[in-house]
Design a protein around this ligand. Sequence first.
Ligand code: 7TS
Length: 412
Amino acid sequence: MYEKDFPILKQKVNRKRLIYLDNAATSQKPSQVIQAMNDFYEKDNANVHRGLHELSMRSSFAYEKAHEIVGNFINASEEEIIFTKGTTESLNLLAYTLTKSLKKGDEIILTEMEHHSNIVPWTELAKEKGIKIKVIPLKDYQLDLKKFKLLLTKKTKIVSLTHISNVLGTINPIKEIIKISHKYKALVIIDAAQSISHMKIDVKELDCDFLAFSGHKMFGPTGIGVLYGKKKLLEKLPPFQFGGGMIKEVSFNKTTFNDLPWKFEAGTPNIAEAIGLVKAIEYINKIGLENIQAHNQELTNYAIERLSKIKDLKIIGPKDNQLGVISFYIKDIHPHDVSEFLNGEGIAIRSGNHCAMPLMNILKIQGTNRISLQIYNTTKDIDALIIALNKVKEIFNGWRRRNLQRKHIGSL
Ligand code: 7TS
């Protein structure tokens, strides 16, 4: 029903209808988003906050308004919304600015299911400052909360974790984790890269201290991401980058910084991308996040049920607490071979370690195949996937049988 809104989905790939199941990597864009960015460049393009001419006023107004619209989307004020390049940059901003005030021996807690972008910034800066990194372990593909409670100490300053795993699809109990962490006065950062387009997020209700997400995973363009922070925390944090736009006054002796959120937005921002993100939010709001969640949950359950019936296919995830993302592997068939075959059938999935090497090592696997779903996917797409997976098995098993026979004949 929604696929008609996404021009890219009208094409054929390898002479087959394109079935796009790689939404955790990036979602497709509805025409409204594409059109709005086009319109901006055709009619309003100018730099922001720099000119009093008509075009600059138009683009400044649209860019500022974008902060307000994104704020409304997660129940935050416009001052609490910083535009970045994406989740990765939002998390780097936090790692650099928050660890400045940490001391040797302070502790940061991460989880075993984090994306590299919520591991490497912390581990690299922790090394420099002698900060200790602790990791919440998994139990049955979910966070082990009992063990988490044992990790917390008076030295825990930051807990940073993903809302939904980009590999396992696990929905983490972030509200509970935030509550427990706050008892120890630790700040909590939520990586909402995977959840933002699947679930309603209210930062006030969650009481998270920071939240990061990317526009391109929620029907918006690449090159724009969001960092939400509680106003009183952002006011205390030092700037991440220096340059135009983030200052009030500059001399060679002293610089005073701009008000929020501009203090964290140095240089010419991604203006057209912010406008595209606004259209993506309007698109989501028109459908309703609760409807998107219901559709994607139903489809996730359907896919899990159908995949579970394929012999020798193992799902890597908790199954009953999973949304939008399903990882699996087929015994004795390399995940890259599976996705290459599916590509021939017009089906786009991802295979590999999904930027979660520590998780792969813990699970003792090299990689998985992963499907990830969105509003334009249907049970028809899943049915086509199942047929294609059965074909892969047939082909590889047939090939293996022939090889065995050949070896057998050779040894006669
Ligand atoms: N955090 C999570 C949970 C993610 O899934 C991703 C991207 C990121 C952070 C980084 O987002 P970016 O927009 O800054 O790149 N995840 C994936 C993925 O699963 N496949 O490709 C990108």
